[in-house]
Design a protein around this ligand. Structure first.
Ligand code: UT7
Length: 329
C-alpha cells in the first residue's frame, strides 16, 4: 500500500442459508445429472435463501458474526460497504439496510457493484479510506441471493449459483502485517459475457421482458471460463510482484469459486500445489461477491490460517472485472 497507515482484517464471519439444494434435487428440476455437475464444476450442493430472506438479511448475519469475532461493537463501525449484484432493491443500497439492522448508526453505508470481484474492489476502497485516516473501522460484506435472479429452466446456469454472505472487519494496524497491496482491472468490452439484461434503465421491468425471461442471469460459459483462468493467474502474479513477493511465498490462495476446473487450471499455471488453494465450491456453489469472504471465514474457523501466513485473494467476474489482494495475516 502507498498510504502511511496499513489496514488489517481483525475479524471474519459468514452466513449460509439453512436450505440446501443438492444436485439430486436439480436432477428433478432440469435435464442434468449429478455426474455432469460434479465433473464439470465440482459443485455437490448449494444453499438457497428462504422466501423471507433477502440479501440484506444474509449480510446482516455475516456482519454480526464478523463483529463478534473481532470483538468490535456495531457503534464503533464508521464505514459499511456491501459488495453485491443481487441487492434487496435497486434502491436504497443494501448496505443502508444492514447499517440499520446492526445499529451501526455512526457508519456511512453504500453498495459496490463489481459482480464477483466486488469483495476485493470493496476491500481496496475501504483500505484506502482507512489508510488516508478518513475512517477507522470498516465492515466489508460480500452478499448475494442469486437464487432470485436465476432462470430455473436454464440448466447451463441454474446448477452453478448459490446464496450466502461473508464479511470482514478492517482496522488500521500499527504492525507490518495486514493488507499489503491490491491489483484491480476491468474491461467493459466483455460486458456481454455475463449479464441480467432487464430490470434496469436499458430494459425496465415489463410483461414483455418477463415473458422473454430477460430479468434472469445469462452467461456465455466458455468465453468466461477462459478469461477467468487467464485473468486470475495474471492478477495473482501481478499483486505478488507489486508486493516484492513470489509464488513460493504464498501459504494460501483464496480464489473466487466459480468452477473447480478454473481453480485447478489457475493452480497449474502458477505452479501452486492444490493443498494451498482454499476450495469450498462443493458445498456452496458460486455465490458471486460472497465466495471469497465465505471461504476466508471458513478457513479461519478451521484453524488453517496462522499468523504471518501470506494469503492471496483473487477474483474474476461480470463487467468484466478482476482483482487480487495480498494479505500478511
Ligand atoms: O462467477 C463468474 C465467473 N463465472 C465463471 O467463471 C463460469 C465459467 N464457465 C464455466 O464454469 C463453464 O463454462 C460451465 C460450467 C458453465 C460449462 O461447462 P463447459 O464444460 O464449458 O460446458 P459447455 O458449456 O461447453 O457445454 C457442454 C455440454 C453442452 O452440450 P452439447 O452442446 O455439447 O451437446 C451443454 O448443453 O454440456 C451441456 N450442458 C449440460 N448438461 C447437463 C450444459 N449445462 C448442463 C447441465 N447438465 N447442467
Amino acid at each position: 500500500m502507498h498510504g502511511q497507515i496499513r489496514t488489517a482484517v481483525v475479524g471474519t464471519g459468514s452466513y449460509l442459508p439453512e436450505k440446501v439444494l443438492t444436485n439430486a434435487d436439480l436432477e428433478r428440476m432440469v435435464d442434468t445429472t449429478d455426474e455432469w455437475i460434479q465433473t464439470r464444476t465440482g459443485i455437490k450442493e448449494r444453499h438457497i435463501a428462504s422466501p423471507d430472506e433477502a440479501t440484506s438479511d444474509l449480510a446482516t448475519q455475516a456482519a454480526s458474526r464478523a463483529l463478534e469475532s473481532a470483538n468490535v461493537e456495531a457503534g464503533e463501525v464508521d464505514l459499511i460497504i456491501v459488495a453485491t449484484c443481487t441487492p434487496d432493491m435497486l434502491l436504497p443500497a443494501t448496505a443502508c439496510i444492514v447499517q440499520h439492522n446492526i445499529k451501526a448508526h455512526k457508519a456511512v453505508a453504500f453498495d459496490l457493484e463489481a459482480a464477483c470481484s466486488g469483495f476485493i474492489y470493496a476491500l481496496s476502497v475501504a483500505s484506502n479510506l482507512i489508510s488516508s485516516g478518513i475512517y477507522h473501522t470498516a465492515l466489508i460484506i460480500g452478499a448475494e441471493t442469486f437464487s432470485r435472479f436465476i432462470d430455473w429452466k436454464d440448466r447451463s446456469t441454474c446448477v452453478l449459483l448459490g446464496d450466502g454472505a461473508g464479511a470482514v472487519v478492517l482496522r488500521a494496524t500499527p504492525k507490518s502485517n495486514g493488507l499489503l497491496d491490491f491489483y484491480l482491472g476491468a474491461d467493459g468490452g466483455g460486458a456481454e459475457y455475463m449479464k441480467i439484461p432487464a430490470g434496469g434503465s436499458r430494459l425496465p421491468a415489463s410483461h414483455d421482458v418477463i415473458n422473454q425471461r430477460l430479468h434472469y442471469f445469462q452467461m456465455r460459459g466458455n468465453e468466461t471460463f477462459k478469461a477467468a483462468i487467464k485473468l486470475m493467474s495474471y492478477s495473482t502474479k501481478r499483486v505478488l510482484k507489486q508486493s516484492g513477493l513470489s509464488i513460493a511465498d504464498v501459504d494460501y490462495l483464496i480464489p473466487h469459486q466459480a468452477n473447480v476446473r478454473i481453480m485447478e487450471a489457475v493452480a497449474k499455471r502458477l505452479s501452486l500445489p492444490l493443498d494451498k488453494i482454499i476450495i469450498n465450491i462443493q458445498s456452496c456453489g458460486n455465490t458471486s461477491a460472497a465466495t471469497i469472504p465465505i471461504a476466508l471465514d471458513q478457513a479461519v474457523q478451521e484453524g488453517k490460517i496462522a499468523d504471518g501466513n501470506l494469503i492471496v485473494l483473487v477474483s474474476f467476474g461480470a463487467g468484466l472485472t478482476w482483482g487480487a489482494c495480498a494479505i500478511k495475516w
